[in-house]
Design a protein around this ligand. Structure first.
Ligand code: NDP
Ligand code: 2IT
Length: 461
C-alpha cells in the first residue's frame, strides 16, 4: 500500500519487506488464479511489515508461511433434487483456516460465485477479524456455489439438508461453528440445525450460530453486524468531534447487514437515501422507508426495484455500481467484495465523502482503499467494522454453553463495548507501529499479534 512508502526504509524494514514479498510469491504460486485470496493476503502482508521489522521473532517462526496455509480445506459434493424431480449437483466448501485461539468460526455463503478463492479470502480475513473481537474464536468459512434465487422453500430445505449431511462430519461446538453469510440467514440455519441434530442424535446448541431465538439463538445476533458497523463508524466520527446526526448516508445491499445498518444509522439521526441489490439501487431523497425494505426483502423475498411501486417519489436505477455516484457524507458498503472500485472511490471523494465503514467483507479494492487514505477519508476496514456479527455469534456460543439467555439490552451493550475496544485497539496498534490514523494497518496488526503469539506458544503446528 502506498502508505508504507512514508516509512523510512531501515535495514530491518527492508528485511521484513523481503520476507513478506517472498511469502507472497509463494502464495501466488501455490494458489494460482485465486485473485480474491491474493488480494486479502496482500492487504494483510503489507500491513505487517512494521511488525516484522520490530519483532523478527515472527519471521524466525515462519508465521506467515504457516498462516497462509489452511489447517484444513474440505470440498464436497452436494446432490439435491428440485421440485420437478431433476437432480442437481453443487459444490460445498469449508476452510478451517486457523484454530490457534479457539474453534474455527465463520459463516457459510450460498452464491453462484462461490469458489475456493472466495472461501479462502473470507476464511483468511476471518482469522484476524475474530481475533480483534477479543473472543476465543479461530478462523473458518464455507459455503456453496448454490444459487438460492428463485428456489422454493422445499428446494432450499433439501439442498441445505444435503449440504449439512456432509458438513456435519467436520463441525461441532468445540471444533468448528458455522453461521450465516450471503444467501444464508435464519431459514437456512434452521434447516441446517435440524439436520445436524437428527444426524448427531444430540442437541448440541453451540454447533451453529444465528439460530432462531426460540431454539438457542441470541437476541441481537440478527442486528449485530449492521449495528456494529454503525457503532464503529460512530467511534471514528466521535474522535473528530462529529456524529451521524444530520448526515446523508448511502448503504449498498439490502440484506442482513445493510438492513440493520440502515436501522441504526437512522436511529442515530442520519438520513439513509439509498440501498441496493444485485440488480440495481433505489434512491429516496426523503430517506429510505425501512419497513418497506424489510417486508420486501425479509418476508416476501422480492427485488428492491419493487420499492418504487409503493414510494413513487423514489427512483430505481438499474446496475448496483451506480449507487456510489450519489453524494453522501458517509458510505457503508454492505453487499459484497470489490463493490467499490477505484472509479467509485474517486466519485465518492469528489462528492465530499467524510467516512467509509465496510459492512461487507473486502468491499473496497486495494486501490480504492489507498485513495480514501490519501484523501484523509475516515476509513473503517471490514475486519474491524463488520466484526460485530461474529462477536455476537461468540456471545451466542457463550450463552449456549451456560444454558442461559441474555436480554437484547445486555447483548447490545456488550456489542457496543466490543466495537469500542476494536476501534481503540486498532488506533493504538496503528500508532505504535508508526502509522497513526491508519485503521487498515492498525486492525491488521492488532488482529495478527494475538494469533501469532498463540501460534508461537503452541509450537510448530
Ligand atoms: P445477504 O444475503 O443478507 O445480503 C446480501 C446483499 O448484497 C443483497 O442485497 C444482495 O443482493 C447483495 N449482493 C450479494 N452479492 C452481490 C453481488 N455479487 N453483486 C451485487 N450485490 C450483491 O448477505 P449479508 O447481508 O449477510 O452479507 C453482506 C456482506 O456482509 C457480505 O460481504 C458478507 O460477507 C458480509 N458480512 C456478513 C455478516 C453477517 O453476519 N451476515 C458478518 C460480517 C460480514 P441480491 O439479493 O440481489 O443478491
Ligand atoms: O463474515 C462474517 O464475519 C460472518 N459472516 C459472520 C460469521 C459468524 O460466525 O457469525
Amino acid at each position: 500500500m502506498t502508505t508504507l512508502q512514508e516509512t523510512k526504509p531501515t535495514k530491518e524494514m527492508l528485511n521484513a519487506k523481503e520476507y513478506v514479498n517472498n511469502v507472497f510469491e509463494l502464495v501466488k504460486q501455490r494458489n494460482s488464479n485465486e485473485n480474491e485470496f491474493h488480494q486479502a493476503v496482500k492487504e494483510i502482508f503489507d500491513s505487517l511489515v512494521p511488525v516484522f521489522a520490530k519483532k523478527p521473532i515472527y519471521m524466525e517462526h515462519g508465521i506467515l508461511e504457516r498462516m497462509v496455509e489452511p489447517e484444513r480445506m474440505i470440498t464436497f459434493r452436494v446432490p439435491w433434487v428440485d421440485d420437478n424431480g431433476k437432480v442437481h449437483v453443487n459444490r460445498g466448501f469449508r476452510v478451517q483456516f486457523n484454530s490457534a485461539i479457539g474453534p474455527y468460526k465463520g459463516g457459510l455463503r450460498f452464491h453462484p460465485s462461490v469458489n475456493a478463492s472466495i472461501i479462502k479470502f473470507l476464511g483468511f480475513e476471518q482469522i484476524f477479524k475474530n481475533s480483534l473481537t477479543g473472543q476465543p474464536i479461530g478462523g473458518g468459512k464455507g459455503g456453496s456455489d448454490f444459487d438460492p434465487k428463485g428456489k422454493s422453500d422445499n428446494e432450499i430445505m433439501r439442498f441445505t439438508q444435503s449440504f449439512m449431511t456432509e458438513l456435519s462430519k467436520h463441525i461441532g461446538p468445540d471444533t468448528d461453528v458455522p453461521a450465516g453469510d450471503i444467501g444464508v440467514g435464519a431459514r437456512e440455519i434452521g434447516y441446517m440445525f435440524g439436520q445436524y441434530k437428527r444426524l448427531r442424535g444430540a442437541y448440541e446448541a453451540g454447533v451453529l450460530t444465528g439460530k432462531g431465538v426460540g431454539y438457542g439463538g441470541s437476541l441481537g445476533r440478527t442486528e449485530a453486524t449492521g449495528y456494529g458497523t454503525v457503532y464503529f463508524v460512530q467511534e471514528m466520527l466521535k474522535d473528530k468531534g462529529d456524529s451521524f446526526e444530520g448526515k446523508t448516508v448511502v448503504i449498498s445491499g439490502s440484506g442482513n447487514v445493510s438492513t440493520y445498518a440502515i436501522e441504526k444509522a437512522t436511529e442515530l439521526g442520519a438520513k439513509v437515501v439509498a440501498c441496493s441489490d444485485s440488480s440495481g439501487y433505489i434512491y429516496d431523497k426523503n430517506g429510505i422507508n425501512l419497513d418497506t425494505v424489510k417486508r420486501l426483502k425479509e418476508v416476501e423475498r422480492k427485488r428492491i426495484s419493487e420499492y418504487v411501486n409503493e414510494h413513487t417519489e423514489a427512483e430505481f436505477v438499474e446496475g448496483c455500481g451506480g449507487i456510489w455516484s450519489i453524494p453522501c457524507d458517509i458510505a457503508l458498503p454492505c453487499a459484497t467484495q470489490n463493490e467499490i472500485e477505484i472509479a467509485d472511490a474517486k466519485l465518492l471523494v469528489a462528492n465530499g465523502v467524510k467516512a467509509i465503514g465496510e459492512g461487507a467483507n473486502m468491499p473496497s479494492t486495494l486501490e480504492a482503499i489507498d485513495l480514501f487514505l490519501e484523501n484523509n477519508v475516515l476509513f473503517g476496514p471490514a475486519k474491524a467494522a463488520n466484526a460485530g456479527g461474529v462477536a455476537v455469534s461468540a456471545l451466542e456460543m457463550a450463552q449456549n454453553s451456560a444454558r442461559l439467555n441474555w436480554t437484547f439490552a445486555e447483548v447490545d451493550e456488550k456489542l457496543q463495548e466490543i466495537m469500542k475496544d476494536i476501534y481503540r485497539n486498532s488506533v493504538n496498534a496503528a500508532e505504535e507501529y508508526g502509522h497513526p490514523g491508519n485503521l487498515v494497518i492498525g486492525a491488521n496488526i492488532a488482529g495478527f499479534v494475538k494469533v501469532a503469539d498463540a501460534m508461537i506458544t503452541q509450537g510448530v503446528i
